[in-house]
Design a protein around this ligand. Structure first.
Ligand SMILES: C[S@@+](CC[C@H](N)C(=O)[O-])C[C@H]1O[C@@H](n2cnc3c(N)ncnc32)[C@H](O)[C@@H]1O
Length: 470
């Protein structure tokens, strides 16, 4: 089975949208054939036929902002068999036993051999089992999968490996208190790296659940969160209150839909701040340009970029000082040529940093007097300096108020008025139907997606716009 399991980032909706967009528009074409709130199952058109497809997977891993791991799938067990073997309450022991034997038989078939989980059995082996649930708040996950299925898999896989010739087999032990409470996160990327689980005699074996069943896979590539964290936290100038996350920056760049010859493409962030988006655009090889109304922000971004260039041991791009400059968005076309940019990716000024929920009228005034005129200026100027039919990825605010509902701007109207059309962030036709309302809702939310943590006052809504051709 040439299928791959992608472990999604914490914002699974945005991660799914990003991945699907990548599979449509990059050279590695493919389709998401099944998904959950933690994983996507991908079938590529051609990728698996390349001899060195692991290198391609590593490249994909590096390109995507919302992908924690990529694993190769070796088999699938339908949900009925798992639930027969691991019911919420055990009633019929015979049925349970038969289903459990069936599960172990499937695992035994794929555990070792040239194109299976372990190509070779070594004297000493180590493995970690990670179970990815359909939904994290699923009771079946905390009560059954963590408490019963996981120990069953650990013991079963260990016995199979010993039977096949390993002398010493160990497995990764999760903290006891998490196992007891059922509140368990599958192992994080940095643990995978620490335990060297990509080595041949070691493996992370993933059991990824969807509504249809469980996919059995082995991890081949993993995100390097430490590097992104280092860029985000150790750069000389930072301001966490107003900074966008590295993950979202990368995802937004991917929504611009430009995956080939990135080193030739010019990307602009006209509300550059401390340059988070540009730092990740530089890492992804783009030609970077930025501007900001505040000269101290321009200086900060230049300092950050020079710092990253040194860290990457790369050459300083020509005229970096001319590429990052002071400008109000209303004057962008005075500084940059017409139809100059291949993409614009930006998080504009979203209002003051609210420590407590503001009042509805306060937000309405902010929107009407400040943000609306500014966004209007932005789209008007963007129309001039962006190439025809190229894209903007834009973050708009939703603000939670004390006395009203969430307030948001009609950003689509502003964009339309300036000759941009909204591009739906997902195409619902490309995703299979789901029973669970949360998964189903994702399929319907096609126009834009929210990036926020629980309880945040300011929510970021991600939009894609395309410049209408003449
Ligand atoms: C939310 S911050 C961007 C933060 C940035 N994404 C980061 O990670 O550092 C918005 C930026 O817009 C700038 N700004 C506000 N009004 C502006 C205007 N009229 N023209 C250009 N920049 C403006 C502010 O100085 C601020 O740096």
């Amino acid at each position: 089975m040439d299928r791959f399991l992608f472990v999604l980032g914490s914002n699974w909706q945005l991660s799914l949208a990003e991945l699907d967009n990548y599979l449509i528009h990059s050279k590695n074409k493919g389709k998401i054939i099944d998904y959950s709130a933690s994983t996507a199952i991908v079938e590529f058109d051609k990728l698996h036929k390349n001899r060195h497809y692991i290198n391609d997977l590593m490249e994909i891993q590096f390109t995507l902002g919302g992908c924690q791991k990529i694993a190769q799938i070796y088999d699938f067990i339908d949900l009925k068999t798992v639930k027969d073997g691991f019911p919420l309450q055990i009633a019929k022991f015979k049925k349970v036993e038969a289903a459990r034997i069936k599960i172990l038989t499937v695992i035994e078939k794929i555990i070792s051999g040239k194109s299976f989980i372990f190509p070779k059995i070594y004297e000493s082996m180590f493995f970690a089992v990670s179970i990815y649930p359909n939904l994290y708040d699923d009771e079946y996950y905390s009560d059954v999968l963590v408490k019963h299925f996981l120990p069953f898999l650990n013991k079963g896989i260990m016995e199979i490996l010993i039977k096949k010739g390993s002398v010493k087999t160990l497995y990764y032990k999760y903290p006891e208190k998490n196992l007891k409470s059922g509140n368990l996160n599958p192992i994080f990327p940095h643990i995978l790296i620490k335990y060297r689980l990509l080595n041949e005699n070691r493996a992370e074996i993933i059991f990824g659940f969807t509504e249809n069943g469980v996919y059995l896979a082995r991890t081949f590539t993993v995100d390097d969160p430490n590097f992104k964290k280092k860029i985000d936290e150790e750069r000389p100038c930072k301001e966490f209150k107003s900074s966008i996350s590295p993950k979202l920056s990368i995802q937004m760049l991917n929504f611009l839909n430009v995956f080939d010859r990135r080193e030739k493409l010019k990307i602009l962030d006209p509300f550059v701040g401390n340059g988070t988006i540009l730092l990740f655009a530089l890492l992804q090889d783009f030609q970077i340009y930025g501007s900001d109304i505040d000269p101290s922000k321009v200086k900060n971004t230049i300092r950050n970029i020079n710092w990253l260039i040194e860290l990457l041991e790369e050459e300083i791009p020509l005229f970096i000082d001319k590429r990052i400059l002071k400008s109000d968005v209303k004057d962008l076309s005075k500084h940059f040529g017409y139809s100059f940019f291949d993409g614009i990716c930006t998080e504009p000024y979203l209002g003051p940093y609210f420590l407590e929920k503001p009042y509805f009228n306060q937000v309405k005034e902010l929107f009407e007097t400040k943000l609306e005129p500014q966004f209007n200026n932005f789209f008007r100027e963007a129309y001039k300096i962006l190439k025809n039919e190229n894209r903007i990825c834009f973050v708009a605010p939703i603000i939670t108020t004390v006395d009203g509902n969430d307030v948001q701007l009609n950003i689509e109207k502003i964009a339309n008025a300036n000759n941009f059309k909204l591009v739906p962030i997902i195409d619902p036709e490309r995703f299979i139907s789901k029973v669970d309302p949360k998964l189903q809702r994702f399929k319907k939310s096609s126009r834009s997606l929210i990036d926020a943590k629980k309880g945040q006052i300011l929510l970021r809504k991600v939009y894609i716009f395309e410049k209408r051709g003449k």
